[in-house]
Each structure stands twice: as C-alpha cells, then as structure tokens.
Ligand binder design. Structure first.
Ligand code: UDP
Ligand code: MG
Length: 325
C-alpha cells in the first residue's frame, strides 16, 4: 500500500519565496509518486499563518492550477509552531503520513525520499537533522548548540540539531492530539509520544528569498518557551538553591553568635545578622516548596495522556468482557 503523504508547509508573509519553492515541492511530490513511494492522493498543504501580504492569494491561485496544492488559513498570525500544529491536525484524518517543512527552501527536500523509506521500514516519526551548521554564523551556531545542551540538562528530550522538518505518521498524530497543552514546542513534544523513530541527515541552505521571521528576540522567546513548557527543573534548582543558602545562613548564625561571645561585635549586630540569615534561608526554602506545588499544578493542567499503547498481541473487543453478575 502506497501511503498518502501530506506535506505541511507554514507560510507567513512569504510572497517572495513561495513562487520559487512551490514548484520545487510539486516536483518532489510528483517524483515520489512516480517512484511509487507515495499515493497519488498525496497533497501539498500550505498553512497561511495570517499573512498580511499576497501569500494567501498565491496559495489560492496554486490550488486552482493543480489539485495537489491545497491551503488552509489561520484566522490571525499565531506563530510558526501553531501554524504547523494546525496543518498537522487538519491533515491527520485524511492521510497516512505528514512531513512538516518550512516554505523558504532552507531544508533539503531530497531528504523526504529517505524519510518515506524509513517510514516504510517501520518508523512512525523521522526527524530531519542538520548535518552541520557550516552555513550559520559563529554566534548562531554557538547559541543553537548551547541551547540544545541546556535543553538536555533540563531533562527535555529534544533531538540535537533537529528543528521542525520531520515525518510523522497519522497514527502518532492521533495520539498527539491528546496532548492538550497550549504552550507548544513541537520538537520537544513529539519525542514524548514515543513509537519507533529515527533521524535522517541533511544540509541546510540559505533562505531562497525573503527574510527570516526569527530575529534574536523571537528565538530567545522560543528557547524560553521550550524549557518552561516542558521542564520543571528550574523550580527544582530554586529549591536546591534554597536549601544550600539556608545551610549557609545556619553557618552565618553560628558565626555571628561566636563573634558576639568573643566580644568583637557591635551591640545589636549579631541579633540582626542572625535574623537576616535565618529569614533569608527560610524564605528561599518556602519559595522553593511553593514552586514545587506550582510545578505539579502546571504539569496537571496540561492533561497529557497518561499512557499510550503502541502494540497489541490481539485486538480486544468488548465481547470478551461479559460481566455476568
Ligand atoms: N512562519 C509562520 N508564522 C510566523 C513566522 C514564521 O508560519 O509567525 C513560517 C515561515 O513562513 C517559514 C517558517 O515558519 O515557513 C520558518 O520561519 P523563518 O524561515 O522565518 O525562520 P528561520 O528559518 O529564519 O528560523
Ligand atoms: Mg527559514
């Protein structure tokens, strides 16, 4: 059975690059079809993320020219992650596999062949991973790689050097739709769904036209989102710090009492120091404990699924459960 593939492409103010890359995506889809790797029912789905330029007009024009192009449009700009999510959720019930990719031609579309092959080999998620970061500036390379290391340190399971170019089967997407959180950082969430996955390596090029929508400040915001939406380790760190400072304060208390007994302290100094140290330590521990509970609430309100079954030796049907009591 040849799988139906939906290529999901977020676009925000991309009127310059879309006319260049849309034919490239179409050539790839056609090649995959003629090679017998995917079904002819496959589609290229553009998600217009509330563009203010002519992007949506280009998309509607493309869809009139060829039925393999389809488009959906967000009611307003909601950001890249939400645009990808919208496309994936729309596509999941009409296809077998999706590949999300940016519309600017930076990611090598030839990696799609390998992705589909890996799917045929039984992988449900295939991560597109950059070979190297030679095309980046030193600052971008350093900051990006440090960020992936920080994510790992914080216990977030993200694939090193993988952004949002990935194949995901609709089976995984169906499970993923149970992750009802609103703060989404897709590259950190998909590993949590589980299932068999692998990586495919590719070269990342320069943008073919137009400009990046991710200046430093937006990149930092995404980075912060990634950590705070997936990890409560910062709160554990505060608790740990609170305990450590409380210990230091305790030592400070003993020290000030000793200094006082030795008669070297100005009157009132020791009691003041004791109070400051004591209150400081207690306050930090309390903040940390409060933080631990807020962390729990934070994880609870996400309402993530508590288990996901990936295989069964046999399908259980309700007939097997005849409770004759
Ligand atoms: N994008 C989007 N909504 C936004 C910003 C960007 O859908 O609010 C899309 C954009 O059209 C592109 C992809 O997200 O297809 C990645 O954006 P960009 O190339 O500007 O980021 P960079 O590659 O520079 O990090
Ligand atoms: Mg880009």
């Amino acid at each position: 059975m040849r799988p139906i593939l939906y290529i999901v492409i977020p676009c925000y103010n991309e009127e310059k690059v879309l006319p260049v890359t849309a034919p490239m995506f179409m050539d790839k889809l056609t090649a995959l079809c003629t090679d017998g790797k995917i079904s002819d029912e496959s589609r290229i789905m553009f998600v217009d993320d509330g563009s203010k330029d002519g992007t949506w007009d280009i998309i509607t024009e493309l869809s009139k020219q060829d039925e393999h192009f389809i488009g959906i449009r967000q009611s307003r700009n909601r950001g890249h992650q939400n645009a990808v999510l919208a496309g994936l959720m729309e596509a999941k019930s009409v296809c077998d596999i999706t590949i999300s990719i940016d519309c600017d031609g930076q990611d090598d579309i030839d990696a799609m062949d390998k992705m589909v092959e890996e799917y045929q080999n039984g992988c449900e998620i295939v991560y597109g991973v950059r070979h190297n970061r030679d095309s980046d500036t030193f600052f971008k390379r350093f900051s990006a790689e440090s960020y992936y290391r920080l994510l790992k340190l914080m216990g977030v399971e993200a694939v090193f050097n993988h952004a949002d170019y990935r194949l995901v089967s609709s089976r995984v997407l169906n499970e993923f739709s149970n992750f009802s959180e609103v703060n989404i950082f897709l590259r950190g969430l998909f590993p949590l769904v589980g299932f068999k996955s692998t990586s495919v390596y590719y070269e990342r090029h320069e943008r073919l036209a137009g400009e990046s929508h991710y200046p430093l400040i937006k990149m930092l915001a995404l980075a912060f989102e990634g950590i705070t939406s997936l990890s409560v380790k910062p709160i554990h760190l505060i608790t740990g710090m609170g305990c450590f400072i409380a210990f230091l304060s305790f030592v400070g208390v003993i020290w000030s009492v000793v200094v006082s007994f030795m008669g070297q302290a100005v009157v009132g100094w020791s009691s003041m120091t004791c109070i400051i140290c004591f209150i400081g330590g207690i306050q930090l521990i309390c903040l940390g404990i409060l933080g631990e509970y807020i962390g729990k609430i934070y994880m609870e309100v996400k309402r993530r699924p508590r288990y996901i079954i990936s295989e069964r030796t046999e399908e259980l049907t309700s007939d097997q459960f005849n409770h004759s009591d």
